[in-house]
Design a protein around this ligand. Sequence first.
Ligand SMILES: Cc1cc2nc3c(=O)[nH]c(=O)nc-3n(C[C@H](O)[C@H](O)[C@H](O)COP(=O)(O)OP(=O)(O)OC[C@H]3O[C@@H](n4cnc5c(N)ncnc54)[C@H](O)[C@@H]3O)c2cc1C
Length: 332
Amino acid sequence: MKVYENISLKPYNTFGIDVKARRMVVVEPKDKVPDLDGEVLVIGAGSNMVFTKDFEGTVIIAGARRTVSDADVVTQSRGGAPSPICVTAWAGMVMDDLIQWTLDHRLYGLENLSAIPGTVGASAVQNVGAYGAEAKDFIESVEAYDMVGKRHCTFSNDDCQFAYRDSFFKHHPNRYLILRVTYRLSHEFVPNLGYKALEGLPHDTAQQLREAITEIRWQKLPRPEEHGSAGSFFKNPVVDEKVYRHIKSEHPDMPEAHLSVGGYKLSAGWLIDRAGWKGKTKGRAGVWPKNALVLYNAGGCTGEDVAALAKEIQQDVKQKFGVDLEPEALII
Ligand SMILES: Cc1cc2nc3c(=O)[nH]c(=O)nc-3n(C[C@H](O)[C@H](O)[C@H](O)COP(=O)(O)OP(=O)(O)OC[C@H]3O[C@@H](n4cnc5c(N)ncnc54)[C@H](O)[C@@H]3O)c2cc1C
C-alpha cells in the first residue's frame, strides 16, 4: 500500500484538472484495505469525474494495472452448454486491457465495450455501456470492501441493481471499495450487431469487431491524451410520452426516441446540438465539435469552467425543450 500527502490529482482524471488531495492511499491486490478517518473519495482512473476544488479528505484507489498478465485474472469454467466461463479481474485493471486479454484467450462478450476509458472496478459502478452492450449483461458478481461496515462482501448481479449508467454502488458513494469484478463470458463469439452504428462493420472475428468499434469511437470522441474530457457529459433524458410527442411535433427531424424504463429516452446530444452548443467554447471549456454530448478541456480549464458551461447548457435545453439534463459525469 502506498500513501501520498498533498498530491496533485491531475494524472488521476481524464479532464486533466489540476486540484490536490490532502491524502491518497493506493491499495494493491494483496493489501488489507486500511480504516480511514474523515471524508473518503474512491477514484478509478477519473474518466468520469470533474474536480471543482481541492479534496480535503482521503482519496482511495485500487492500484492501477497498466498491463494485464495471466496472473491478474482468474478464470473458472461453469460447465454446461455453451459452457460460459467466469473471469475475475482486479478492480484497478484498465478495462480495455482486460477486454484485449479476454479476446487473446478466446473469451467473448465484452468486445462492444472496447475503448471505454477507465477501470474494471468502475465498470460495475457505472454499468458502462456502448454500442448495444452494457457491463451488467456480463457481470456475475462484485467483491468489495465495505469501508463503513469494515467487512468484505460479495454482490450478485441482482444485488448490484443495475440500470442505465446506474448501480447500487452509485447510491452508496464512497462506502464500498470494489476489489474484484467477475464477468461471465462465452467460448463462442456471437457478434452483437443490433446497434445501428455497427451496420456493415467487419465482424468475422471478435478482434476485428473490437478494432472497428475502437476506430469509430475515436472518430467522435476526443482522445484523452489530446483533449481532456469525461466522455458523454450528460445522460440521455427519459421523458413521458406527452413531452416526447410535443418535441417531435415541433422538431420532426428529432431522432426517434427509444422506449425505456419510465418513458421515452431522447438523445441528449441532439438536444444540445439543436440548442446551438456544438463547437462552442465558454472560457476554457468547450462542447466537442464532433459530438455535442461531450464537454472538453479547451486548454487549462478548471472544474468550475466545466461546471459553469454544463449549467448554462442545462438551463438552455430546459428553456428550449422543457427537458432536464442530468450530468453523467460526477462533479466533485
Ligand atoms: C473519452 C471518453 C469516452 C467515454 N465513453 C464512455 C462510454 O462509451 N460508455 C460509458 O459508459 N462511459 C464512457 N465514459 C465514461 C467512463 O469511461 C466510465 O464512466 C468509466 O467507467 C469510468 O472509469 P474510471 O475508472 O475512470 O472511474 P472514475 O471516473 O474514477 O469513477 C467513476 C465512479 O466509480 C467509482 N469507483 C471507481 N473505482 C471504484 C472502485 N474500485 N470501487 C468503488 N467505486 C469505484 C467512483 O467513486 C465514481 O463514483 C467515457 C469517458 C471518456 C473520457
